[in-house]
Design a protein around this ligand. Structure first.
Ligand code: KG4
Ligand code: ZN
Length: 339
């Protein structure tokens, strides 16, 4: 079964084709809307939805050419049905359902967070279940015990800002544009990570929840006091990573797991990857990351998650469709259990 997948939950329009039985990603493309939203310093939902509508037809034609396939070679269509911006999700869902209906193909709405967590399965070194997942993106910071596909237990999450959001807000403050997570990390290379001693949030509190709004305020104050932006960036990045190392150590101890998966846009952060790699070697375990380009939003991960459920017989209801702006991972069930 070859699956065409569409991702449109936020500000990337993405399309992919995945050959499920062969486990082969045939093609994937991501069109970033950064330019559309840059002037506003954040994503404007209405503009995001319109741009998805505008881009999807051509992007899909291109992806079929990349894959060297005609539409008759497809077996199903998967699309992100949540969580995300409602209008943006609707644009992708309507397009995907239209393609499916015109070709008589089954369609399935996929959970974006499940896509992120399963993305390392597309790589050369796929993790075995069970594992601990750290999902760190612009909208989510969660620690999840993953027993299998669709078997997720939330262990802890940020009680305020997501980590990507903290990166982006700090970057914006330093004039690094939006979304500035990667730019902040770039700037941090030139700074001294010990220059500013930020308090590591929540490490003295028991449990596995996270909090980053206090750190964000500390960054505001450091910048206002005239500290070097490179030093602020380096100290901020190190504080975030230190905090994650402590919380992840606790979660691994608590669950007895020795495999870690890190996914979501912030998983593209090189210093984070290096520290977690060292940490897992020291613990005698292993860490798995998606390929860098599959950390941020993409449709390859949606194609994979969709395939795993479609092959178990899951399909959208015959009539209508719904998108879910909120759709927590622990609401999911294993493939084939519903649908
Ligand atoms: O998963 P994603 O593409 O979108 C969401 O579902 O949110 O994650 C985007 C987030 C942004 O906050 C972006 O600044 C952050 O990932 N990000 C990074 C890096 N690359 C992307 N944060 C830190 N370091 C990076 N290298
Ligand atoms: Zn995402």
């Amino acid at each position: 079964m070859r699956v065409l997948a569409v991702e449109s939950s936020c500000d990337e329009t993405a399309v992919a084709v995945y050959d499920g039985p062969r486990g082969e990603l045939l093609a994937h493309r991501v069109h970033s809307q950064t330019e559309v939203h840059a002037a506003y310093g954040g994503v404007v939902p209405e503009l995001a939805a319109r741009d998805h509508m505008r881009r999807l037809p051509l992007l899909t034609r291109q992806i079929m050419m990349d894959a060297g396939l005609g539409f008759e070679a497809l077996g199903a269509v998967a699309y992100t049905s949540g969580p995300g911006l409602a209008g943006a999700l609707m644009a992708g869902a309507a397009f995907a359902k239209g393609v499916a209906a015109s070709r008589g193909l089954p369609a399935l709405g996929v959970n974006h967070l499940e896509g992120h967590i399963l993305a390392p399965l597309l790589g050369d070194d796929p993790p075995a279940f069970p594992f601990l997942a750290l999902l760190v993106s612009g909208g989510h910071s969660q620690l999840i015990e993953v027993q299998g596909v669709g078997r997720y237990r939330l262990l802890g999450e940020s009680i305020d800002d997501a980590i990507g959001e903290a990166f982006d807000k700090s970057a914006k403050l330093m004039g690094l544009g939006y979304p500035g997570g990667a730019a902040l990390s770039q700037l941090a290379k030139q700074g001294d990570a010990e220059a500013i001693r930020f308090t590591r949030p929540m490490i003295n509190r028991p449990g596995l929840d996270l909090s980053f709004s206090g750190l964000k305020t500390a960054v505001v104050n450091a910048v206002a006091s005239g500290a070097s932006h490179a030093d602020v960036a380096a100290s901020f990045e190190k504080t975030v990573i230190d905090t994650l190392v402590i919380k992840l150590g606790r979660a691994l101890d608590q669950t007895g797991l020795d495999r870690l998966v890190v996914a979501g846009g912030v998983a593209a952060n090189r210093p984070l990857r290096a520290r977690l790699h060292a940490m897992m070697i020291e613990r005698g375990g292993a860490v798995h990351f998606p390929e860098i380009e599959l950390c941020t939003d993409n449709a390859a991960m949606i194609a994979l998650a969709g395939f795993l459920r479609l092959q178990a017989g899951e399909r959208d209801p015959a009539a209508g469709f719904c998108v879910r702006a909120r759709w927590p991972l622990n609401a999911l069930t294993p493939p084939g259990a519903v649908g």
